[in-house]
Design a protein around this ligand. Structure first.
Ligand code: ADP
Ligand code: MG
Length: 689
């Protein structure tokens, strides 16, 4: 038997097999990595509780009496009176209650020894457990599995109670030899045998043994993940491309025309990028910088390096609005330099008729701007002379998606990914572990300050008055409302209601409405009106989250702010504070949730994106921050990016050293690790022999 042996090859009853397969457990490996959700220490039980408590207790008692009461309607209340088994000096009483659970009524009778796990509650003079988890300690059953030890409680599914799973896991572990579960991490990382770790994680001999086993298995998960990333990184580094940069003349011309000097961070990062572009290794670089740090200018500078060397360069934005904004901005900056710019977005059919990517003819655009959607189009036109692709504001691609995307571009262009999501370090090395990283850690100096205030919704009229004053003085505002329902009808309705409300609050100042369902041409016109200052307030959904840049807009009000993550609010807030005027961000949170308001206070006190991201990671978890499936975190069954950051660092260090020494896992002692690449769908990264 090995971990890949199908469970159907073991001696299970057909019924049990059906249940197990329905729970998604197909192989021995699936079963043995169906880790317990918790453990009960049945080596000694606690005394019966005498007080109410929020903390769950595990106790054992003998059933003295059961009663079944029929209540109003068709409600049934089943009560079980437990008396403490011998061994405790003060023999207490405990009542367990179940409503409408006929199967429980059948399972428990007087005389049974019962293990129950629940939260003690006071009912008059009685202490009771409401619908606790329970197990009948059947006489004659294997005591070493269910009793007198630390007992695992696995996540049960229909027809497959924790007890049955426990027995199945126990029986399967008995068949597991060390050779069937070879170690998948170097001994230098952790010396425990994996087979032993699997045994201890299910049936620990002690709490210490459990901790050790968990450590080994978490390291195995993390190491696998980091090894796949390291191999990807290495394969990319080894890829040869062309030199995509020239002297930098053109870029310097652009810089000379700007009304401001570059920040030192911008200068430094451009040097890093140019260095990559000059080399024949393909660039895969992440440009990481908080909102407003001036990433676009860095991207444009890199694009000019490529153009000067005779290549095309492309910038991919996540939305149509942003693509259009970049396009207009680039044209304004580049036309005086005699450089052609083209726009191509997925939504406009007539565009695809234009030979934008045709590089044979004269007048082919040197720079073009598009949306991410283009990267997914099946018959995306190959870009024959493409020297650089910049992917803007993308924090939702995973490592593997990026790899796929890169594979599609003909001509091996350099790739620059830009993100404003300040990602905590633990996550960075996972999600962007395949990229080299440049950081813009400095904001341009001409920035006005942003004052942020979190308030109850009752402050809305006051806030509206405040905004109106500033609008009358010539400024502009974003009003953001949360998208309550994604369905088209409701979205339109919510938008209409919000718009009407704000039009009235700000009348007669001109307002516009912007949301995802507005047709592209109209969106463009709305943005243009706002950019030119014709409209004073933009009532919008989070379509304005990324990248929109209107320096005169210095006010933002966000309704139901508690529905957004802190990092997302920080992004939204980054739309203001871009001009010389002092800016104001008002976060309205719902009144009935003082906790939510409390959470928003961190935005009042800091504008450091990294601090905010850490706070978000603590409260919401990594999936939320990154978008779950793509982030590559879905393979983790045991490891927790937050609690186990330490182990992640260790695993990463070891994985990188290993790949550096043996990039394709060719050494006999390293072959076993190829299993990780196979699991990550990157088998091709190891030499196939
Ligand atoms: P982000 O990093 O959020 O994408 P942008 O690239 O949109 O930021 O830049 C925000 C604004 O700052 C733009 O209006 C841009 O022209 C301006 N900007 C960029 N670099 C500088 C600089 N060195 N000094 C002053 N303003 C700058
Ligand atoms: Mg930007």
């Amino acid at each position: 038997m090995t971990l890949t042996t199908p469970l159907r090859e073991l001696a299970l009853s057909p019924q049990r097999l059906r249940q197990v397969e329905r729970a998604g457990l197909l192989t021995v490996g699936d079963l043995l990595t169906h880790y317990p959700k918790r453990y009960e220490d049945r080596s000694h039980f606690e005394a019966f509780p005498t007080h109410e408590s929020e903390e769950a207790r595990c106790v054992c008692g003998v059933v003295k009496k059961t009663t079944l009461k029929r209540l109003r309607g068709r409600m049934r209340l089943f009560e079980v009176h437990l008396e403490e088994a011998e061994g405790h000096a003060l023999s207490g009483r405990l009542v367990c209650k179940w409503f409408n659970q006929p199967w429980v009524e059948k399972a428990i009778s007087v005389g049974h020894e019962l293990v129950v796990y629940g939260r003690p509650k006071r009912w008059g003079a009685q202490i009771s457990f409401d619908a606790p988890e329970f197990e009948v300690a059947e006489p004659g059953s294997d005591a070493s599995i269910h009793m007198r030890r630390i007992v695992p409680v696995h996540r049960a599914t229909e027809g497959l109670p924790a007890r049955a799973l426990r027995e199945l896991v126990y029986a399967t572990l008995a068949l597991l030899t060390p050779a069937a579960a070879p170690n998948l991490i170097p001994a230098s990382l952790d010396g425990m045998a994996r087979a032993e770790a699997l045994r201890q994680i299910h049936f620990p001999d002690s709490w210490e043994a459990l901790e050790q086993a968990r450590r080994h298995l978490v390291l195995t998960e993390f190491f696998g993940m980091q090894l796949a990333i390291a191999a990807q990184h290495e394969a990319q580094r080894a890829e040869l491309g062309e030199k995509h940069a020239a002297s930098g003349e053109l870029m310097r011309k652009l810089h000379a025309r700007l009304p401001f000097p570059l920040t030192r961070a911008q200068e430094r990062v451009i040097v890093e990028i140019r260095h990559d572009m000059l080399s024949t290794h393909r660039m895969n670089r992440l440009l990481h910088g908080d909102v407003g740090s001036g990433k676009t200018l860095v991207a444009l500078s890199a694009m000019l390096l490529a153009v000067e060397a005779g290549f095309q360069a492309a910038l991919m934005a996540p939305t149509q609005i942003l693509a259009e904004q970049h396009y207009l901005n680039f044209r304004r900056l580049l036309e005086p330099l005699g450089i052609s710019v083209a726009l191509r977005t997925g939504s406009r059919k007539e565009d695809s008729l234009l030979p934008l990517f045709d590089t044979s003819g004269e007048g082919a655009p040197q720079i073009f701007v598009g949306t991410h959607a283009l990267l997914y189009e099946d018959e995306a036109t190959p870009l024959a002379r493409l020297g650089l692709v910049v992917i803007d504001e993308q924090h939702k691609f995973g490592v593997l998606q990026r790899a796929r995307l890169r594979d599609r571009a003909a001509g091996a262009p350099d790739v620059l990914v830009m993100t404003a999501t300040p990602i905590p370090r633990t996550l960075t090395m996972t999600v962007y572990g395949d990229l080299d990283i440049s950081v813009l850690d400095e904001l341009p100096r001409n920035r006005g300050k942003i004052v942020t205030a979190a308030r109850e919704p009752s402050k809305l009229p006051e806030a509206a008055k405040f905004i109106r004053q500033h609008l009358e003085a010539g400024r502009q505002a974003y009003i953001v409302y949360p998208l309550i329902d994604e369905s088209e009808k409701l979205e339109a309705k919510a938008a209409a209601t919000e718009f009407k409300k704000w039009q009235e609050l700000l009348a007669p100042l001109p307002c516009d409405l912007l949301h995802g369902r507005i047709p592209p041409e109209e969106k463009e016109a709305i943005m243009e009106r706002f950019r030119r200052g014709e409209t004073k307030a933009l009532i919008a959904t989070t379509v304005i989250e990324v990248g929109i840049d209107v320096p005169n807009a210095n006010l933002m009000l966000i309704e139901n702010a508690e529905r957004f993550g802190l990092a997302q609010l920080h992004q939204l807030r980054g739309r203001i504070g871009r001009g010389e005027h002092k800016s104001y961000c008002i976060l309205l949170s719902s009144a009935d949730d003082p906790e939510a308001l409390e959470k928003l206070r961190i935005l009042e006190s800091t504008s450091d994106g990294f601090k905010i991201a850490e706070a978000d990671l603590q409260t919401r978890g990594p999936g939320d921050l990154l978008g779950t499936a793509q982030s590559g975190l879905s393979g983790l069954k045991l490891g927790d990016m937050r609690k186990d950051a330490d182990l992640m660092h260790q695993a990463r260090g070891t994985a990188y050293v290993l790949i550096e020494r043996d990039p394709r896992l060719e050494l006999p002692e390293n072959r076993v690790y190829r299993a990780h690449l196979v699991a990550a769908g990157r088998a091709e990264l190891a030499k196939v022999s």
